[in-house]
Design a protein around this ligand. Structure first.
Ligand SMILES: [Cu+2]
Length: 180
């Protein structure tokens, strides 16, 4: 087997092997608003609490809030980390209906963790969605995730890229050692 093929095999193995571990290592334990809750007014801050610390760093973590139309975004800025808690400002909300909060965080143990919570706004507010230039500067690269109700596509693409990169890195290190 060539070195490249070996690296690819190990990367694939890592991709399969690490995915469940990432789910087991750092999990969302609570949030504001709570998942599947119904509220009359949105909070000023979205808070996601995990059971382990999250790595703090620019662009490592993102929170995107998508409104009932599946396109408009309602986060008011970038995600911030404080220990186990990742938060992002939330704009005053607009239309009543279901809002989805997609997140992608980098656990302190090196594993990316992603997922989604939902809440329902009972009464329409007076807010307006984030302007396009702001949804770009938050670094989420957020394609509106459509109405399939699943975890936003960008979350999985980002997670898979990180895992694949880690697998290749590991394979090259192992390969280098074996040739001595
Ligand atoms: Cu982990």
């Amino acid at each position: 087997m060539t070195r490249a093929a070996a690296a690819f095999a190990v990367a694939l193995f890592a991709l399969v092997g690490l995915a469940p571990a990432a789910l087991a290592h750092n999990q969302l334990v609570s949030s504001t608003p709570a998942d599947k809750s119904a509220i009359d007014t949105g909070p000023s801050t979205i808070e996601l609490t995990f059971d382990q610390p999250v790595q703090n760093g620019k662009g490592l973590n993102s929170i995107v809030v998508v409104g009932p139309n599946g396109t408009d975004q309602w986060q008011g800025g970038e995600a911030a980390v404080r220990g186990n808690v990742v938060s992002a400002p939330l704009r005053e909300l607009g239309p009543a209906g279901e809002y989805r909060v997609g997140y992608r965080i980098l656990s302190a143990d090196g594993h990316p963790v992603s997922g989604e919570i939902k809440f329902t706004l009972n009464k329409a507010g007076n807010g307006t969605p984030a302007p396009p230039e702001q949804t770009k500067t938050t670094g989420t690269a957020a394609e509106p995730s459509g109405d399939d109700g699943g975890v936003p596509v960008w979350v999985w693409i980002a997670g898979a890229a990180v895992l694949l990169g880690a697998g290749v890195f590991f394979a090259l290190r192992v390969g280098g050692g074996a040739q001595k």
